[in-house]
Write a protein that binds this ligand. Structure first.
Ligand code: UD1
Ligand code: CA
Length: 455
């Protein structure tokens, strides 16, 4: 069966009060529409078409890395009208699934189930019963419990308004049948719109046995109309991700205070403290501890690593059993080997640090290659930038860099070398010797402190 997915995304999203098209607002770091596209792609459809209107170019640009077809709806004359715009693009298909760009949490299992039912019927509808159904189209059923019609809130009678079962808008249809029904839809209703929902009654008139399917949760079919609803879905989604992690062996201090904006893979016995944010692709090995307020982006953290409070780690690899922070910043292209210690107020950029090395306090390490078992004293700075170009610092195994040293790159510190505290090192320092550059200390005998003048 050749399946086409139509994603309606032409609405203006006025209630977002935003310059950004609604479907580009982000949930878990990703545009709403992208969530829907990803769910659709799981079904491996022949074609996925986005019906766009407001902010069209911006939407197309944001989703350009997906194989999508685009169809403009110039005037917003209703959901039925929206589908009519794409009709000519669907001609080769057997089935059509209709989704919405502002209903981001639709689950692949649910829509797969709907499409599979098309082998038995020509119309499958996704419905849900709500405590408060107001605003939605209601599902009208006959004496046998068969869905026969959808009535919009604005067109409903008092009795119909009592119906709790609502139309989510999501449906799967036989493509040839849909074609026929679309031709019969009119706009003689309260909103003077072409309602897609009219296809239900048309199908029933054609003798079609309309199937209904329910989602696993209400959130799966909830739309985003304003930022309050967006935040509700964000928290729901994050809660689900947190629960999956907990089920897989991760302890999360407070599942309401974690944000995963991308993909987080975690081993066993990982502990994640409050307010951790993970962006892009992050891997945490077994036994990793992530302290409070961590921001970790596109990084690989090997087993046993301890990340203390308030660290920022981006595009980096941290070797097993290393200890980072508190208050450390690990910047892109940094590779720390095993058992490295990077302490408070240390920034490391584009550097390799060998196993067992320590940079414990207040340092900047940039464009450097540091061997193993090196001790970098407090306040050490690699002066990697001459105002025009970046240069490299190389430090051999077992070197000891005294506190408050400046290593003016390009410079090489040999294996086992010792740099005296407070040195400005501008030339290579040989192995296994002491190098220091420091004014000699003197004591001035008989010197007196100035005293305040008397009036
Ligand atoms: C629609 C359904 C209603 C259902 C509800 C679920 C119809 C007639 N009614 O109502 O039964 O309970 O959704 O949320 O279908 N859109 C377009 N082009 C248009 C109109 C809408 O692309 O011309 C898109 C919107 O961007 C939005 C979606 O379709 O994503 C739903 O449109 P909306 O106007 O919100 O429909 P409702 O009146 O809420
Ligand atoms: Ca709506």
């Amino acid at each position: 069966m050749k399946l086409g997915v139509l994603i309606l995304a032409a609405g203006q999203g006025t209630r977002m009060r935003s310059n950004l098209p609604k479907v580009l607002h982000k949930l878990a770091g990703q545009p709403l529409l992208e969530h829907v596209v990803k769910a659709a792609q799981q079904l491996e459809p022949e074609q996925t078409t986005i019906i766009y209107g407001h902010g069209g170019e911006q939407v197309r640009t944001a989703l350009q890395h997906y194989p999508l077809a685009w169809c403009e709806q110039r005037e917003l004359l209703g959901t039925g009208h929206a589908v009519m715009q794409a009709e000519s693009q669907l001609a080769d298909l057997d089935a059509v699934l209709i989704l919405y760009g502002d209903v981001p949490l639709i689950d692949t299992m649910t829509i797969r189930n709907m499409v599979e039912h098309l082998s038995q019927t020509d119309l499958v509808l996704l419905t849900v019963s709500l405590n408060d159904p107001s605003g939605y189209g209601r599902i009208v059923r006959d004496n046998h419990g068969k869905a026969v019609r959808i009535v919009e809130q604005k067109d409903a009678t008092q009795d119909e308004l009592e119906i709790a079962e609502i139309n989510t808008g999501i449906m799967a249809l036989n493509r040839v049948r849909l074609d026929g029904w679309l031709r019969e839809i009119e706009n003689d209703n309260a909103q003077k719109e072409y309602y897609l929902t009219d296809v239900i009654e048309l199908a029933v008139n054609d003798g079609v046995d309309v199937f209904t399917v329910n989602p696993n949760s209400e959130e799966e079919v909830m739309g985003v109309n304003d930022r309050v609803q967006l935040s509700h879905l964000e928290r729901h989604y994050q809660r689900e991700l947190a629960e999956k992690l907990m089920q897989s062996g991760v302890t999360i201090a407070d599942p309401a205070r974690i944000d995963i904006r991308g993909e987080l893979k975690a081993g066993k016995d990982v502990f994640i403290d409050c307010n951790a944010i993970f962006e892009g692709e992050v891997e945490l090995g077994d036994g990793v501890t992530v302290g409070p307020n961590a921001l970790i982006k596109n990084s690989k953290i090997a087993e046993g690593v301890q990340i203390n409070a308030n660290c920022v780690i981006e595009d980096a690899e941290i070797g097993a059993n290393s200890r980072i922070g508190p208050f450390a910043r690990i910047r892109p292209e940094t590779h720390l080997a095993d058992s490295v210690h990077v302490g408070n107020f240390v920034e490391v950029k584009k550097s390799e640090v060998g196993s067992g090395s320590k940079i414990n306090h207040l340092s900047y390490i940039g464009d450097s290659i540091i061997g193993s078992k090196v001790n970098v004293g407090a306040g050490t700075i690699t002066c990697n930038y001459d105002g025009a170009n970046k240069h490299q610092t190389v430090i051999g195994d077992n070197a000891f860099i005294g506190s408050d040293s400046q290593l003016v790159a390009p410079v090489i510190i040999g294996e086992g070398a010792t740099i005296g505290a407070g040195s400005t090192v501008t030339r290579d320092a040989p192995s296994s010797t002491l190098t220091l550059s420091r004014a000699k200390q003197i004591t001035v005998a008989g010197w007196k402190r100035p005293e305040k003048n008397s009036k």
